[in-house]
Write a protein that binds this ligand. Structure first.
Ligand code: ATP
Ligand code: MG
Length: 473
């Protein structure tokens, strides 16, 4: 039922054979996936103990004390070895999620497709995952209820449990399959990930094509890690990607939205973009943007995308906040603009044309990456403000500055101008306006007012004849 009855035997066996293992030993496995285990000692890997997250170490330690296995694993060990600060710490164990749940008071079971335990320690949240086995080794609990694959090989459910060796081999890249033991402080390597890490190589474990078919998101992860770590994707892992990129259409748009944010808001957006383009991966994620980049017409499409991404990278480096709404507003600006112009050619006025174009472009985008409403509404507002920012006379400028989306809209305006759109110095005007005191601001708008007087008078008369919104103000 649970493993508590056997821990002592397990511990004794481990103490006899595990701790004193030689540099290279073979660990028995129930599948034909026999993996060689290499132990990398603390003197060799040199991960400073102070850099190990306390909560994750306590979690893994406690699991081991209770007779289970427990290791820190994945990206956190990879990043520590590369002297980078890990984003999060994950723990892997042979305890089932339910068994682990029973050991931690402040823990919660989550997930269906991939069951996990969340353990809370103060402000830290540690993800505890049970060792997984590959689906062809089905077995113990693999009656289809725990693991399921579609005809094309896509993994639909991933709850087939296994040994640590099996767990290592079903991870994505060799450098992501390193385990840190909290008791002997060694790194356990089953897939030659340590050498790949030293050689800055991303290598998919197993047959790359089959692994991408199992989970096409691994292709996005390849691009993301290559950018973030400045690693090279080795040829066998790289070659199949462009041809298999279309498989991403089968992935839930909500998951792709999360991946898109990890890719573009990780601080390596520009590099990630180049990786995505190089591997045909921009199309399944941002099809409309990709199409505009390939057929830019007179728009500086790629320049704007790159400027938006380097702006985001810079902000993250300075620990400033970034919002997906701004990023998506920038990435989709030209697709929206192009659609809007078509609608205007068909006779629509600018404001309704923009609303319609925004609906269509966002509608198409959410089929690829589900943008939550809390972001899609601000995207529309940022776009709408692009139409309003040129009209600054009277009290308008003052009111615009107060708009909750003004800052983001101004930032997009600056990006557009810097990318080469001819906006007649509008961004510089707004930069000055914000820097000025109220008196100088009045002078700035008064100067404009004189220039734009005739248009203003005409517009004022219109509502008297027929009321209704003209400008979206
Ligand atoms: P980061 O947290 O920096 O984005 P990471 O490698 O830690 O990178 P996570 O998404 O946190 O990525 O996943 C933790 C670990 O789980 C990975 O290191 C990898 O071993 C495994 N993993 C995650 N996603 C997959 C996947 N799609 N296929 C196989 N293994 C995966
Ligand atoms: Mg991680």
């Amino acid at each position: 039922m649970n493993k508590k009855a056997t821990p002592l035997i397990g511990n004794i066996v481990r103490r006899l054979f595990g701790r004193n293992a030689t540099e290279q030993d073979t660990t028995p496995s129930q599948t034909d996936n026999n993996a060689k285990r290499r132990l990398i000692s603390e003197e060799e890997h040199r991960i400073p103990r102070r850099n190990l997250n306390d909560a994750a170490m306590k979690t893994a330690y406690h699991l081991q004390d209770e007779g289970y296995e427990g290791y820190l694993v994945g990206g956190c060990i990879r990043d520590l070895l590369l002297k980078k600060r890990p984003k999060d710490f994950d723990v892997a164990t042979d305890a089932t999620p339910e068994q682990a749940h029973a050991l931690f008071r402040r823990s919660r079971l989550i997930g269906r497709r991939f069951k996990l335990l969340h353990v809370r320690f103060g402000r830290d949240l540690i993800e505890v995952a049970t060792f997984r086995a590959s689906h062809d080794s089905q077995p113990k609990n693999g009656d289809g209820e725990h693991g399921r694959q579609s005809d094309s090989g896509l993994i639909l459910r991933d709850n087939v449990y296994g040994t640590i060796e099996e767990d290592a081999l079903r991870r994505d890249f060799t450098v992501n399959a390193l385990y840190y033991c909290p008791k002997d402080h060694c790194v356990y390597d089953f897939a030659n990930g340590y050498n790949d890490l030293l050689n800055k190589t991303l290598r998919m474990i197993g047959n790359p094509e089959a692994r991408y078919r199992e989970d096409p998101v691994r292709m996005l992860r390849a691009a993301r890690f290559a950018a973030k770590l400045d690693f090279t994707i080795e040829p066998a892992s790289e070659t199949p990607i462009p041809e298999l990129a279309y498989l991403l259409k089968d992935i839930a748009p909500a998951r792709l939205f999360d991946e898109a944010l990890k890719i573009f808001q990780s601080g390596h957006g520009v590099q990630s973009y180049h990786q995505l383009r190089k591997h045909n991966l921009m199309d399944p994620l941002f099809g409309q943007t990709n199409d505009c980049i390939d057929n830019p017409g007179n728009y500086p499409v790629e320049k704007l995308v790159l400027n938006a991404l380097s702006n985001t990278d810079r902000r993250l480096q300075q620990n400033k906040s970034v919002t997906p709404a701004f990023l998506f507003a920038a990435l989709l600006w030209y697709p929206m603009q192009r659609r809007m112009e078509q609608l205007q050619k068909e006779g629509m006025h600018s404001v309704p044309a923009m609303h319609e174009a925004a609906n269509q472009v966002i509608g198409m985008q959410i089929r690829q990456t589900a943008i939550p409403r809390r972001f899609s509404t601000p995207i529309r507002e940022i776009w709408e403000l692009q139409l309003r920012l040129p009209r600054r006379q009277g009290k308008r400028a003052e009111r615009l500055v107060e708009h909750p989306r003004f800052r983001a809209a101004y930032d997009l305006l600056v990006l557009r101008e810097n990318s080469g759109e001819n906006l007649d110095g509008l961004a510089a005007w707004w930069t000055d306006y914000q820097a000025n005191n109220p008196q100088s601001r009045n002078t700035m708008t008064r100067d404009l007012g004189a220039d734009e007087q005739p248009r203003k008078r005409r517009r004022r008369r219109r509502p008297a004849k027929k009321s209704g919104p003209q400008s979206g103000e």
